[in-house]
Design a protein around this ligand. Structure first.
Ligand code: AMP
Ligand code: ZN
Length: 435
């Protein structure tokens, strides 16, 4: 195994020892911020109260609302002049969450990102195109600095303008890309529409993340482009991408435990759950100096994969994100995640690359309408065939979610394609009830 960073070779004991040490020092540092000074004083937390990593359980959680209330600078642990960059989380509701970085924070982040890319098999000789938006979104500059730190020739293509993206991919014989899942399938389709074979392009590896997607979607992207897709995970509150990555074994995402403490908690009770149990991912920054965040409830639902990865790294792995607790919706008393629907749709060869879930209400009854793009090759004029396909999809969905949706078949490429994170769910129930 070739490593980028010595921390990748640490044993579990080394990880635990370093984490306890770093946790103590990050608490000391966090107390310089107005927010944590108050929070820790109220809870009686001092660096001395932390002896082992498990002592983290004594510390109160930090929630998204806390961070919103800290906007713009109540989390700062250094003087304003020490900050050299800020990013925001992409949430479209409520006030934003801002994260500021010192020079050292940017460097640590670039190292983590370069290490992540290296773990997927990318090397200095690769040519890398970053096909996600730049700006406040961390998937732009975060990925960019990591790619440069690894030494790759890096193309800051940004989001959108698909024809130009494809031209750059071809002209510079790009071998590695970073792209959002929904956009990856769109690009592949556009290459085909231009009369080229997307499988013949020079791209070999893709980091795909920033939003939830299923194993079925991964397989589709791999198949369409004849590449390997590695799930890449992060969030602004934890720097951005580079928190977790799938290594070449493609069996869950290693969370870099030298930089983050990983916990899975029961979303209702806050109780820490054992490895293997599904709950809410909770993360603590261990190496950030400007704005440490302690026990952050991410809303992302996943589990720790028990056991060791075949690659030999001891940093634990999490399962693909099942969804966000705030994405989950309840229909007829059943809890449903959009990813359960994607999993069914993307496993059906007749179904195209895009879908949209709409929740509606006639005032008495809630219904779910699923708009599903068909694959062009499967267009038929025969109503009976269309009806049969609609029923087949509805049945498969029922088997997964125990609710029968209204399935609406639509033309390929007719549903909106987002340049950023895809919007999979539209909840019209409140509007139709006139609330
Ligand atoms: P932002 O900070 O705005 O970039 O959003 C971070 C959020 O994006 C995370 O909390 C996750 O909900 C989501 N996310 C990022 N990467 C992934 C991934 N690989 N799989 C699923 N969700 C992801
Ligand atoms: Zn591994």
């Amino acid at each position: 195994m070739e490593y980028f960073d010595i921390a990748e070779t640490w044993s579990r004991d080394q990880i635990a020892e370093e984490q306890a040490k770093r946790l103590r020092s990050v608490i000391q540092r966090a107390m310089r911020s107005p927010f944590y000074a108050k929070r820790f004083a109220e809870a009686g937390i001092t660096p001395e109260s932390i002896k082992t990593v498990d002592d983290i359980r004594k510390i109160p959680f930090t929630c998204k609302d806390d961070l919103r209330q800290c906007y713009p600078d109540k989390l700062a642990c250094v003087d304003r002049e020490e900050f050299v960059r800020m990013h925001c989380s992409s949430g479209t509701t409520g006030s934003p969450v801002a994260i500021c970085y010192t020079q050292k924070d940017l460097s640590t982040w670039a190292d983590l990102m370069a290490r992540s890319m290296h773990a997927t098999g990318l090397r200095k000789k690769d040519v890398f195109q970053n096909m996600s938006g730049y700006g406040l979104f961390t998937g732009g500059l975060g990925i960019h600095y990591g790619a440069e730190r690894l030494g790759m020739m890096t193309i800051p293509a940004g989001a959108g303008n698909t024809r130009r993206q494809i031209k750059l991919l071809n002209d510079f014989k790009v071998t590695g890309i970073h792209i959002l899942p929904s956009y990856a399938m769109h690009v592949a389709e556009q290459v085909s529409a231009m009369g080229e074979d997307p499988r013949k392009m020079s791209v070999k590896r893709a980091l795909v993340g920033a939003e939830p997607y299923t194993e079925e979607t991964r397989r589709r992207i791999e198949e369409m482009l004849d590449i390997k897709v590695y799930n890449s995970f992060g969030m602004s509150e934890m720097n951005g991408p580079g928190v977790g990555i799938e290594c070449e074994a493609q069996s869950g995402m290693h969370i870099w435990e030298d930089a983050y403490i990983l916990e899975i908690v029961d979303p209702d009770t806050g109780e820490v759950l054992p490895d293997g149990q599904v709950g809410e991912l909770t993360l603590t920054t261990l190496t950030r100096e400007g704005m440490p965040v302690i026990r952050y409830r991410t809303h992302d639902i996943t589990k720790i994969i028990p056991g060791e990865c075949p690659c030999g790294r001891k940093h634990r792995r999490i399962e693909r994100i099942l969804g966000r607790s705030d994405d989950m919706f309840i229909l007829k008393g059943v809890n449903i995640y959009p990813m359960q629907i994607e999993q069914v749709l993307m496993s059906m060869p007749e179904v195209g690359q895009n879908y949209l879930i709409k929740l509606e209400s006639d005032g008495n009854r809630d219904t779910m309408r699923v708009q599903v793009e068909m694959r062009q090759e499967n267009y038929v004029d025969d109503m009976r065939l269309l009806k049969a396909l609609q029923e087949k999809i509805a049945h498969r969905l029922f088997d997964e979610i125990l609710v029968t949706p209204v399935v609406e078949l639509v033309y390929a490429n007719s549903l909106p394609v987002s340049e950023g994170k895809a919007k999979r769910l539209v909840d019209l129930r409140k509007e139709s009830k006139g609330i």
